[in-house]
Design a binder for this molecule. Structure first.
Ligand code: AR6
Length: 172
């Protein structure tokens, strides 16, 4: 992480945040879903889905692989871009932490390519994909701290107090 990168926390709905880029906890289809993904498409409007469909028609014909990230317009959201990343589903049998870490690293790489200076992340994989919040928070914070990036602010936007407290414990 660049010396100038600060990590901040916010409690609430990521679609109400202002940042250069908002990160979406998407799935490989890039065509929408529930949770953060549903909220981003609902509030951002059809321009986001239109770009996602174009990505599927082009370079990402088979979908976006788990652990990777790609940007689209942010539509009507208060941001310039949405960076879609696909978290792994939690598995008790298989350690998929490296893929979850990759989501944060790859999203910051895309942010750097775009020139984004402020990036807001949700707790990727910690909802519908079932990742235990405490571990999801640890991986998120450790990975952002270990990543070399020109992003100046990484903001974790947490949906409830439990998630907020988990991230706060790892930032201290
Ligand atoms: N703002 C901030 N955080 C939110 C919001 C919101 N509007 N909504 C939910 N969260 P999830 P995943 C929290 O399920 O686990 C979708 O169907 C939520 O409480 O959005 O990576 C996709 O299409 C949890 O802590 O993402 C995929 O199929 C965290 O955000 C799948 O869900 C992530 O929850 C991805 O599942």
């Amino acid at each position: 992480m660049a010396k100038t990168t600060v990590i901040t926390l916010a409690l609430g709905d990521i679609t109400e945040e202002h940042a250069d880029a908002l990160v979406n906890a998407a799935n490989s289809s890039l065509l929408g879903g529930g949770g953060v993904d549903g909220a981003i498409h609902r509030r951002g409007g059809p321009a986001i889905l239109a770009e996602c469909r174009a990505l599927r028609a082009g370079h990402y014909g088979r979908g976006l692989p788990v652990g990777r990230a790609v940007a689209t317009t942010a539509g009507r959201l208060d941001a310039r871009w949405v960076i879609h990343t696909v978290g792994p589903r939690f598995s008790p049998e298989e350690d998929r932490s490296a893929l979850l870490a990759s989501c944060y690293r790859e999203s910051l790489k895309v942010a750097d390519e775009l020139g984004a200076r402020t990036v807001a992340f949700p707790a990727v994989s910690a909802g519908i994909y079932g990742w235990p919040m405490e571990d999801a928070a640890r991986i998120a914070v450790e990975t952002v701290r270990a990543t070399e990036t020109s992003v100046e602010e990484v903001r974790f936007v947490l949906f409830d107090d439990r998630a907020y407290e988990a991230f706060a414990r790892h930032i201290r």
